[in-house]
Design a protein around this ligand. Sequence first.
Ligand code: 3PG
Ligand code: MG
Length: 407
Amino acid sequence: MTTRSFRTLDTLAPQGQKILLRADLNVPVRDGIISDLTRIERLAPTIKELADKGGRVIVVSHFDRPKGKPVPEMSLAPISEALARILGKKVTFVPDCIGPAAQDAVAAMKDGDVLVLENTRFYPGEEKNDPEMARALASLADIYVNDAFSAAHRAHASTEGVAHHLPSFAGRLMEMELGALEAALENPERPVGAIVGGAKVSTKLDLLNNMLEKVDMLAVGGAMANTFLAAQGFSVGKSLREEEMLDTARAIMAKAEGRGCDLVLPVDVVIASDFMAGAPTEIVPVSEIPDGWMALDIGPETVALLTEKLRKLKTLVWNGPLGVFEMPPFDTGTNAVAQEAARLTKAGKLRTVAGGGDTVSALRHAHVLHDMSYVSTAGGAFLEWLEGKVLPGIVMLGETAHDVAPL
Ligand code: 3PG
Ligand code: MG
């Protein structure tokens, strides 16, 4: 499915309409303080647009994993305050997402008002995609707008079920996320490459297999690369790797060769005898990792190799760090490659799309988060998209997806 086939806000007349807006307000909170406002900031334009055009915006979201019962620390109340500050507009918080409190609050809305309803996961019906829960949510509104790309891999009542009952549209953030991913993988300017890092081949197997079919160059880094090196017969010392994935790694290498995809593995690594900051380090070729040492970052030759590869690309998809970037000096490789990607992007030579879990932290750590062409707000949903999976929250936004079922 392509982005163009989605119903966007361009075809919606919000004036006087009650709009159920599925947002992803699942922001990171540490000691009661929101440590990263990105998801809220990216969502704000959709709310502003709908409210400015006279829509009555009813925001629903999950927050954390309360497992189907109210958990006071997982209330959306403080997050709705942050949203109000970012919008520069009054936001009314409602301590329930369905039932009389929600119904009464919606009934009292005027055009342009914004409500935030309490955490949908306080009800077990949310994650079960219970039809009753979906109907209860849908009954609050005339229209459904889904702006929660980062929750679109979940088939829950507020992300999927509700869309069966209301005319459904993609919000502006959803539109942007889908547009960026499409431009990177479905219809990219070639050559297109991917950098995939992280700890385990086993968790990224579907991703690697799907990427191999789409990209011209696939660079593997992080501890995952150790498994590939071991599969090639190198001794990797006490480096993290998955012995049971060696055959799988060999099959991936064979598939890459068969498809003419340039699979790039580290040629040198930074090793340490202990997994700790400040441990003595050495740089060695991958053929010379001594027993009792572990690879924790890519080495300078590999950085140079990747730099050369990046310069030949028009499009780059990035998921996962290339080393233990949280523990300097093992952030050196990730920083250097990220900074080169940023430089090429700023020079207009490369389109860079990044996302998923640790990737955002790694790019922020390298001070290049804002220099990529697009950084997704999604973790798991971004990965599932890269795996080639159909995301249930998106299916219902298609032009021809469905007739609206009665409540
Ligand atoms: C996320 O943060 O990845 C999304 O909000 C989904 O949250 P979940 O992994 O708890 O479903
Ligand atoms: Mg998650």
